[in-house]
Design a protein around this ligand. Structure first.
Ligand SMILES: [Zn+2]
Length: 322
């Protein structure tokens, strides 16, 4: 099976629950979560559930595929089915994918293989054509909203902001509270900075915006001390993830200002600070915003390609912040 959809919509979570449900000693649909089998799956220790993952920027190795082929040939330990989950299944070199194809062509009856991907077009066409494809999408805003409001931690406007910032992906919406507190503080810093220069005469704006984002990055860096920074050639200490978050908040704000100027208020992300945004929107023209968005997108691209390389993941881990 091939489970495809954007990151953080719950593909891997559901795949594990699916296996859990099958192996559950209580026979509970999607698993009871308390029996021995369910707990083993949860801890990643069930001998009949093998999960293949890769580090960021890496690919699944041919050794992993060999291990898979070896395990597929064995009988299940407990039940009558073995589960094989391949996370980020698109991250596989040609030789590994070809080796894998052989096994997928003639799958033993007692195995279930789930390839999980957010980039289905990068899966070998020969594998794609053999697999049953299940597509995942974002979760509807009202579903996530009622869930968040039941938790009682956020106002409705804040909850909508969280959901829209997460693009309806439960894996992001369900980040711990301190994650979103961090983003609120970061957005505040970016908003303050925007207001500071937007209230200047327009001729002075270039000093802030036309060069690049360094003033903004420097400012927010003072607010949030970042461990694990990366030195660039000109001596700046940058943490890629962190810089991306700053730029993303800037982009979201610019985008919101654009929608407000066009009278499309229902599309904005930062719904909980709409009053501030409406005041700011009066200062800028849509065409100017378009130019800035383009420049900032270019900056994000450069950041990814030239400065640090590797995959760009949002929102990443918070461990360094908690
Ligand atoms: Zn169970």
């Amino acid at each position: 099976m091939l489970w495809a959809g954007p990151p953080a919509v719950g593909k891997k979570t559901l795949a594990l629950r699916f296996a859990q449900g099958y192996l559950c000693e209580q026979g509970v649909f999607l698993g009871c979560g308390t029996c021995r089998a369910c707990r083993l799956v949860e801890r990643g220790q069930h001998p009949d559930v093998l999960v293949f993952t890769v580090e960021a920027g890496q690919t699944h190795s041919i050794e992993d595929v060999w291990r898979f082929q070896h395990q597929v040939a064995l009988r299940p330990w407990h039940g009558d089915v073995k589960f094989f989950l391949w996370d980020d299944a698109e991250r596989m070199r040609q030789e590994a994918a070809n080796a894998m194809l052989k096994t997928l062509e003639e799958p033993p009856e007692d195995t279930v293989t789930i390839l999980i991907t957010s980039q289905v077009y990068r899966i070998l066409p020969t594998i794609r054509s053999r697999a049953q494809i299940l597509r995942f999408g974002p979760v509807r805003e009202d579903v996530l909203l009622s869930y968040l409001l039941r938790q009682g931690e956020w106002t409705e406007a804040e909850a909508r902001w969280i959901i829209r910032w997460s693009q309806g992906r439960p894996g992001w919406v369900l980040q711990p509270r301190n994650f979103w507190e961090f983003h609120k503080r970061l957005r505040r810093a970016v908003l303050d900075w925007f207001q500071q220069w937007l209230s200047q005469p327009q001729e002075a704006w270039w000093r802030y915006m036309e060069m690049d984002l360094r003033p903004l990055v420097g400012l927010a860096q003072e607010v949030f001390r970042v461990p694990g920074g990366i030195y660039t050639a000109d001596g700046w200490v940058w943490n890629r993830w962190w810089v991306q978050q700053v730029v993303l908040h800037g982009l979201m704000i610019l985008r919101d200002l654009y929608w407000l100027r066009l009278g499309l208020r229902h599309l904005i992300v930062n719904v909980d600070v709409v009053g501030t945004l409406e005041r700011m929107a009066a200062w800028v023209e849509p065409a100017w915003i378009e130019g800035r968005v383009e420049a900032w997108m270019g900056f994000l691209h450069d950041l990814e390609v030239y400065h640090f390389g590797g995959a760009w993941q949002v929102p990443g881990r918070l461990t360094a912040w908690s």
